[in-house]
Ligand binder design. Structure first.
Ligand code: FAD
Length: 361
């Protein structure tokens, strides 16, 4: 049995703590705030790839559907444009989407969007091992940007809709990777789901505690303690140290980059992208496209820039996130700022990668 300290009780911390306690480790979660949840406290957040959460629930007790309702978003999204055009995009229905786009923008618009989804399908086949597995996996790099793909669309509304897959995350379509087409592909293929996220937090924290994890709130971690080779614990803001054989750091990893013996290099694209806009993301999935197809919605601003950690703004961003396994033995990174990235499914996946690497006690 290893002593594991998990820093942060957001989704990544809760999933890591549950999986590792279930593996038989002695898990302590230290959370700077007074309660669990982190960014999930912003309310309903539609997500795709529900299999990641289902897998964690199935492996650690009762299946997800027995604990809370996963409700398919209907429609998957509502696109509202400044010129009055509006489309309700059906959930997980390629033929329904084709029909809705043809009805809104004329015959052939659906086929144009099909080409985007087909691009996303090819991108997903290349990226899947990287996204779902360890950062060591290699995926080919393409110089194409999302704008390049958007430029191939004749229908201007569709161009704006596609570019919103960058702008809603505070990224610039002119530098964001073309592989962001995986997002419409994943939405159409695996569906868009909503859940009572407060209940999700409650169940994860409750099940983690049942498996023996200890939760310490109002306990901010200062830094991991290590000798440059292996981690030995975490200092708390008050100066005390909690000893550990493994530390799962789910707070923004930028905090670690200030350590002179930092476990990974600060990335050039850590800086906030310039296109971030303020919006009320709790209203998602409705998306509004302002005149000119500029930024529509961004999670970025709402959480003081911590939603995405390392920015998704550059073509190579997906290859440049800090990995889950660091060069300090026993020090792991999970959460929105680490591989494979932000959002409910990817953050839960980062926790699964870390738990699998630490393994059973
Ligand atoms: C407004 C908004 C809308 C969103 N909409 C969607 C959506 O529609 N679909 C979707 O999939 N995702 C959405 N997301 C993103 C998703 O919520 C996040 O990617 C995910 O919840 C991040 O989880 P996390 O555990 O990585 O980070 P966080 O939730 O940020 O958790 C980190 C935790 O660490 C704690 N902490 C920080 N520093 C320390 C420290 N030094 N010591 C101890 N604890 C510390 C924090 O208090 C926090 O509780 C949205 C996010 C926001 C903010």
């Amino acid at each position: 049995m290893a002593r594991v300290v998990v820093v942060g009780a957001g989704l990544a911390g809760l999933c890591s703590a549950l999986a590792l306690a279930d593996f038989g480790h002695d898990v302590t979660v230290v959370e700077s705030g007074p309660a669990p949840g982190g960014q999930l406290r912003y309310g309903p957040q539609p997500f795709t790839l529900p299999a990641v959460l289902r897998d964690l629930f199935r492996k650690t007790g009762r299946p997800l559907e027995r604990e809370l309702d996963l409700v398919p978003a209907d429609p998957a999204a509502r696109w509202v444009f400044a010129d009055g055009a509006e489309v309700a995009v059906p959930n997980a229905s390629p033929s329904g989407t084709r029909r809705a786009l043809d009805d809104a923008f004329g015959a052939g618009a659906g086929a144009q969007w099909d080409a985007v989804v087909a691009h996303g399908d090819r991108a997903w086949r290349e990226l899947r091992p990287l996204v779902l597995g360890h950062t060591g996996a290699k995926a080919p790099r393409h110089p194409q940007t999302l704008r390049d793909v958007a430029a191939s669309l004749r229908e201007p509304h569709l161009r704006a809709a596609l570019e919103s897959y960058a702008t809603r995350y505070g990224a610039d379509p002119a530098t964001a990777p073309a592989a962001l087409t995986v997002l419409p592909y994943l939405e159409q293929t695996f569906g868009v789901w909503t859940a009572d996220v407060a209940r999700l937090v409650e169940v994860l924290a409750g099940r983690g505690a049942e498996r023996g994890a200890t939760f310490r709130y109002d306990a901010a971690a200062g830094a991991p303690v290590h000798d440059g080779k292996r981690v030995t614990g975490v200092t708390l803001a008050g100066g005390a140290t909690v000893d550990a054989d493994a530390v799962v750091w789910t707070a923004p990893p930028g905090d670690l980059a200030d350590d002179r013996r930092r476990p990974f290099r600060r990335r050039r694209d850590d800086a906030a992208p310039a296109t971030a806009v303020r919006a009320d993301p709790t209203q998602a999935p409705e998306l509004r496209f302002p005149a000119g197809g500029g930024p529509a919605i961004s999670w970025y601003d709402a959480a003081g820039g911590h939603v995405h950690g390392t920015a998704a703004g550059r073509v190579t961003a997906i290859f440049r996130r800090p990995g889950n396994v660091t060069r300090i033995r026993g020090l792991y990174l999970a959460g929105a700022g680490a591989h494979p990235g932000p959002g409910i499914a990817l953050v839960a996946q980062s926790a699964a990668i870390v738990a699998d690497d630490i393994g059973r006690s």
